[in-house]
Design a protein around this ligand. Structure first.
Ligand code: VAH
Length: 315
């Protein structure tokens, strides 16, 4: 059975629904600190869980016969800079709790997301390679890089089948993002429909690696379904969907909403974005397990606006 930790988050909701479709509703136990997300209600078992409570997590794993864990709970980049020690503590201790229980209980597989945030200003900005200089300048990036090292350690030392992806910024409409620097790319669609204008907290030419959630969920499942012998990276795979700037995404929106306008008021998140790559080389993921994105900016924009209109009752 699968346990999803952080099941009510931006990734968690969609990953839980996808896993339930694949493996059966009752074979996927959803858990979070928060109360159950509306989209999860009635789709399968839900438990309240604080992943920082190792004993509680251990009891839950045994009681529900868990054999795989997807750990999605984390403090993201922007929130992390407001409370660095808390972000470090939560991002690291949650992972160590899961890895150690995986060792004690002999769990089959573990999934834990890393991020392109592991790269810092000294990494190549364009087509950032899988292996390169990695000096993150945010606590979120530091915790994700350290977490990658722990994943590789538990794999090499104890044979734990833990797998990870360096997600780009993720865009989705089902569940809100949680305190990231790339959240502008989600907010902009909502504001375009509701206000017809958006005040962007990044400057117009801030290029960042991004991905539509449909591609991110498929990548996660394809990685986890791949035969173990194909996995050559036990830290975290670079993963790329597309790259765009606020200027480009607003032009894509104007294809559908011609009167949409955007203004720019960069804040503290600009410095975080400036430290990250503009585009990612994910050729190792393509080579090892056949990764190929399906959504570009135009296709994502059409799908986002179509679904958000439905959600908001806008014709
Ligand atoms: C963040 N959405 O902004 C996350 C992601 C690459 C960005 O890690 O913090």
């Amino acid at each position: 059975k699968i346990l999803v930790i952080g099941a009510c988050g931006q990734i968690g909701v969609e990953l839980t629904l996808a896993l339930r479709k694949m493996y059966g509703d009752n074979n996927v136990v959803a858990s979070d600190l928060r109360e159950e997300h509306d989209l999860l209600k009635g789709t399968g078992p839900y438990v309240s869980l604080d992943v920082m409570n190792k004993e509680m997590l251990h009891v839950l794993v045994i009681r529900h016969n868990i054999t795989q864990v997807y750990l999605l709970a984390a403090i993201l980049s922007a929130t992390g800079e407001k409370n660095p020690l808390l972000a470090w503590h939560i991002n690291m201790q949650s992972l160590l709790n899961v890895l150690d229980i995986a060792k004690e209980e002999g769990l089959d597989k573990i999934y834990w997301p890393s991020s392109i945030a592991v790269f810092g200003p000294s990494s190549p900005k364009v087509d950032t390679p899988q292996h390169t200089t990695i000096e993150p300048t945010t606590i979120y990036g530091i915790s994700k890089f350290a977490g990658e090292r722990w994943c590789e350690y538990y794999n090499h030392r104890y044979g734990i089948d833990v797998r990870s992806l360096r997600y780009p910024g993720l865009i989705s409409y089902k569940s809100a993002p949680g305190g990231g620097t790339t959240d502008y790319a989600v907010e902009i669609y909502h504001e375009a429909l509701e206000e017809g204008t958006y005040k962007c907290f990044l400057s117009e030419d801030t290029y960042l690696p991004m991905m539509y959630m449909h591609d991110a969920i498929r990548a996660t499942i394809e990685l986890m379904e791949a035969p173990g012998e194909k996995i050559s990276v036990r830290s975290a795979y670079n993963l790329s969907g597309m790259s765009f700037s606020p200027k480009e995404i607003s032009a894509a929106i104007q294809q559908h909403i011609p009167d949409f306008t955007i203004s720019y008021e960069p804040d503290y998140r600009q410095e975080i974005a400036n430290s990250w790559p503009q585009s990612i080389d994910d050729s190792q993921a393509s080579k090892d397990w056949g990764w190929k994105p399906q959504y570009d900016l135009a296709k994502m924009t059409e799908d986002m606006l179509k679904n958000l209109k439905k959600q908001k009752g806008i014709k």
